[in-house]
Write a protein that binds this ligand. Structure first.
Ligand SMILES: C[S@@+](CC[C@H](N)C(=O)[O-])C[C@H]1O[C@@H](n2cnc3c(N)ncnc32)[C@H](O)[C@@H]1O
Length: 296
């Protein structure tokens, strides 16, 4: 089972900085699924005056793929000039990519990228109109706590959007075997080629629990969100895209904890194509959970 993330995983080093999220986040399917969440969320701005200032936070912004989609959507709605975008992420390296990406977009927007995590939010920013937490909630051990911090920074009627492809329900029927085979083949390759390395059982046991959509909805409602809209959307993910995800340090660390990242990436890549060939698959569909909620 591929479980991304462990509580000890978020310490960045020179080694982790070589295994970034950028390549995976550049796949068109990824842009599309996140763009649809951004549009679903920012549709709630309808009716607000165009000249009204807006503060929008992208928590766990990583390399800024979603922050750029937010900027694009605000431009489409004619709200960009009034907006202040704030990306927050624990990884200073990812923030560097995010800052550069926003400049390269060439849009005239006020954007800041600040180092921090969900638990720091209330000290970083207040009076926020919309907050995004995309493809990251599964990395947070205490989701209820994270939702409390988000609601703490939102204005009344503030919008919260969050998505994940690491939850109970994410495997499209009939594809579960692929993920088991992928990891089994990766472990077999490591045992044969690098018997000196071992997957850490302790870290494996700490791997995040995946929640159900109902768990997520209940937690958000208990935190004080209303109108929680939850959609599950099937997406076709190519082997190339899985390979790129297998080169992302948080994914490697979740799938093969304790294995040096370069070896983990190599094992995952070789095993991915083996599993794909054995099962005759060139794409593996996956379901994304897309949630939008309103404060109050
Ligand atoms: C898979 S990336 C997603 C990046 C971006 N949101 C996207 O959708 O493309 C997950 C990001 O969550 C960040 N992260 C992990 N734990 C976090 C936390 N507790 N608070 C904020 N961000 C966190 C990681 O540093 C990483 O950049």
């Amino acid at each position: 089972m591929v479980k991304e993330g462990s509580a000890m995983a978020l310490i960045e080093t020179e080694e982790t900085n070589q295994f970034t999220y950028e390549a995976f986040a550049a796949h068109p399917f990824y842009t599309e699924i996140n763009r649809s969440l951004v549009r679903q969320a920012l549709a709630h701005l309808e009716g607000r005056p165009l000249h009204q200032p807006l503060t929008i936070v992208d928590m766990g912004c990583g390399t800024g793929a979603v922050t750029r989609l937010v900027a694009e959507e605000l431009a489409r709605q004619g709200r960009l000039a009034q907006a202040h975008l704030v990306g927050v992420d624990p990884s200073e390296d990812a923030l560097r990519h995010a800052r550069r990406g926003m400049i390269e977009m060439g849009l005239s927007v006020k954007a800041d990228f600040i180092q921090g995590e969900s638990n720091d939010l209330t000290t970083i920013i207040q009076n926020v109109d919309a907050a995004f937490f995309c493809n990251a909630i599964h990395l947070v051990p205490d989701k209820a706590e994270a939702f409390k911090h988000v609601i703490g920074i939102l204005n009344p009627q503030g919008i919260f959007a969050c998505n994940s492809a690491f939850y109970q329900g994410t495997y499209v029927l009939g594809t579960e075997h692929f993920y088991h085979l992928w990891i089994r083949r990766a472990m077999a390759w490591l045992r044969k080629e690098h018997p000196e390395v071992r997957v850490s059982r302790e870290a494996k046991a700490m791997a995040m629990q995946w929640l159900t959509p109902e768990d997520y909805i209940r937690l958000q409602q208990e935190t004080g969100f209303s109108q929680v809209e939850a959609l599950q959307v099937d997406v076709s993910v190519s082997l190339q895209a899985w390979r790129d995800l297998g080169h992302y340090w948080l994914f490697i660390d979740g799938a093969l904890p304790g294995i040096p990242l370069a070896l983990g990436a190599q094992a995952l890549e070789i095993a991915l194509y083996q599993a794909g060939e054995e099962m005759g698959l060139t794409t593996i569909p996956r379901t994304w959970l897309q949630m939008v909620a309103i404060k109050g």
